[in-house]
Design a binder for this molecule. Structure first.
Ligand code: DGL
Length: 281
């Protein structure tokens, strides 16, 4: 078990994702805790993880964690539904640095929000194959009915800017993936992939106003704040925190595409690193 007391509250929070999706978590962290320093790593050279095997995802995730740890952070968030699902409950995944994925935070929010105990989960193929969300839900609520579906086209759609709720492709894909969940009368739907909040409007319209959408990245940010607050580890800085971004592919592409995920201009330096740097950490 990590000992927070010996760690400096002024260290940064480390966040990583296979690409840009984790920025939906960073955006929430910045809103909730504007004075925290944040280090973000997006493995844009190797995205997507969600179509890969468990072994490959674990190997990439270990390398990502080691890279983030090289900044001596106070906490690490795997802001990636795929990594979080595959890592599961490995408590020592980040060694002695406190760690959270997005599964437990999203599941806690979903279980608190559901009235009828029928919860939908959408994510990448690897996430749904892992069954991680379903297991975590049943740990909290044994009688819950969980309906999951892998939405394999959502990540490429988001990456290519195909997100408008009136776009014919968006409408068609949403119907294809969400119809089996909607007909099961769920009252909560977990967006189990950090790319999916970009499709929030389209998904919300299709599911209807009685279905509450849970963003896994945003819930991980809230969870982190509560965890740090509980351990007296929130920064006492009075000025705004600094956000530093690292990407394993083009810095220019990262800057150009980040806007959709973070909802504003990137207020921080972007540094391009090579995969070799990550592997050697
Ligand atoms: N970031 C991933 C997730 O949240 C989606 C992109 C990928 O497949 O790597 O599951």
């Amino acid at each position: 078990m990590a000992d927070f007391s010996v760690q400096s509250s002024e260290k940064a929070i480390g966040v990583f994702d296979s690409g840009l999706g984790g920025l939906t978590c960073v955006s929430e962290l910045m809103k909730l805790m504007p004075s925290e320093n944040i280090i973000y790593f997006g493995d844009t050279a190797r995205v997507p993880y969600g179509t890969r095997s468990k072994e490959t995802i674990l190997e990439y995730a270990r390398q990502d964690v080691n890279f983030i740890k090289s900044f001596d952070v106070k906490m690490i968030i795997a802001a990636c539904g795929t990594v979080s699902s595959v890592v599961g409950k490995q408590k020592d995944f980040a060694g002695d640095v406190p760690f959270t994925g997005v599964v437990i935070p999203a599941v806690q929010a979903a279980c608190a929000a559901t009235r009828n105990g029928r919860i939908g989960v959408i994510g990448t193929a690897a996430t749904i194959r892992s069954g991680a969300y379903g297991k975590a839900i049943r740990n909290i609520r044994q009688d819950a009915v969980v309906i999951g579906n892998a939405c394999t086209m959502f990540v490429p759609m988001v990456e290519n800017g195909i997100t408008d709720k009136n776009d014919i492709v968006v409408k068609e894909m949403i119907k294809r993936y969400l119809e089996p969940i909607r007909r099961e009368n769920v009252d909560v739907l977990i967006l189990g992939c950090t790319h999916y909040p970009i499709l929030h409007e389209a998904i919300a319209e299709y599911m209807g106003e009685d279905v509450r959408l849970i963003s896994s990245g945003a819930e991980a940010a809230k969870f982190t704040m509560n965890m740090l607050a509980g351990k007296n580890m929130l920064s006492e800085r009075t000025e705004s925190g600094k956000v530093s971004y690292y990407t394993s592919d083009s810095k220019e592409l990262f800057e150009a595409n980040a806007h959709a995920f973070i909802g504003s201009r990137l207020m921080g330096e972007v540094t391009q690193i090579s995969i070799d740097d990550i592997i050697q950490k």
